[in-house]
Design a protein around this ligand. Sequence first.
Ligand SMILES: Cc1cc2nc3c(=O)[nH]c(=O)nc-3n(C[C@H](O)[C@H](O)[C@H](O)COP(=O)(O)OP(=O)(O)OC[C@H]3O[C@@H](n4cnc5c(N)ncnc54)[C@H](O)[C@@H]3O)c2cc1C
Length: 339
Amino acid sequence: MASDTGGMDVTVVGGGVIGLTSAIALAEDGHRVRVVSRDAADRTTSAVAGGLCWPYRIRPFERAVRWSVRSFEVLAALAERPQETGARMVTGTMTRAAGDGPDDGRALDGAGDELAAWYAAVPGLRRATAAELPEGDASGWRARTPLVDMPAHLRYLERRLTAAGGTVERHGVASLTEAGRSADVVVNCSGLGARELVPDPDVHPVQGQLVVVENPGIEEWLVSADAGAAETTYVLPQPYGVVLGGTARENAWSREPDPAVAEAIVARCARRFPELAGARVLAHKVGLRPARPAVRLAVEPLPDGTPCVHNYGHGGAGVTVSWGCADEVLRHVRALRDL
Ligand SMILES: Cc1cc2nc3c(=O)[nH]c(=O)nc-3n(C[C@H](O)[C@H](O)[C@H](O)COP(=O)(O)OP(=O)(O)OC[C@H]3O[C@@H](n4cnc5c(N)ncnc54)[C@H](O)[C@@H]3O)c2cc1C
């Protein structure tokens, strides 16, 4: 129950990037926070993420851009301590292939584009010159953005939560009501798990496959993405190897890497960086993005009356929006306390 100091007992369901950042925001604000997670952090979708801070496959755009801009600020500050936090600032290029969809060109001018506010907010972002574009790409943006080593970042988030007095328990819950039994508030950050827990049939997987290879000397990131396409090309230099991507298969549930898909990913990336063709493969990864027509970040009472702040459905941009969403969760919990 809310104590004299104003802190609430909060149970956060989910120990991926969304649950941990929400839990930290709450614990550092003086609430007593317990995270319940069925999976260890390194077994979550968050651990698979390439870790680029850029809004991709997430709706609604306006809120997503606001959350992304806030996360950019936080991650850029964390990037001053990369060894500790897993975040670094890395320069790269976001490109679009020639003739890639009806909004080609217009989108990259920013005008009329849903992401225009993002382009305006990223410090130093500018159009790529022809010399900076890989062959086959018509236009692109150059920017220095946070690139996060997710396994390291999740370990940092858990340490930071514990230092703020929060706890993490490893077990599943059968319902949000069960999770909230001894809490004033439940925060639901269960990602794809929300499909059963809420239950919310709008949440569905968008499967993504990645290949990690030894770095032949690549220092910048490159993403060539078409918002609706099932295949993208990305090359993200991480301390543990270069992450090559990727795929986006709607409603595919398998977590098994497909060797033919992996081969196609390496071939696509090697067309942009020929030195990747022979790079030694270090790992294959598959993750299921928790997609939803729109992120659900809102308060709803559970059947027993306990308030629940839902924070799930972040699709392909959970890392990018995590800290912005955590701020909004904190505002909701403060408002519930002050009722
Ligand atoms: C290949 C790939 C690349 C990606 N690249 C990027 C990128 O570069 N940048 C970016 O911003 N995003 C990226 N993403 C998207 C990002 O990974 C997700 O949006 C993000 O991880 C979602 O975080 P989450 O915490 O909501 O979900 P998850 O990480 O899946 O965590 C869900 C948590 O809920 C728990 N849970 C679920 N059900 C229950 C239950 N019943 N009881 C208890 N616990 C439960 C799970 O155990 C887990 O702890 C990528 C995704 C993929 C697949």
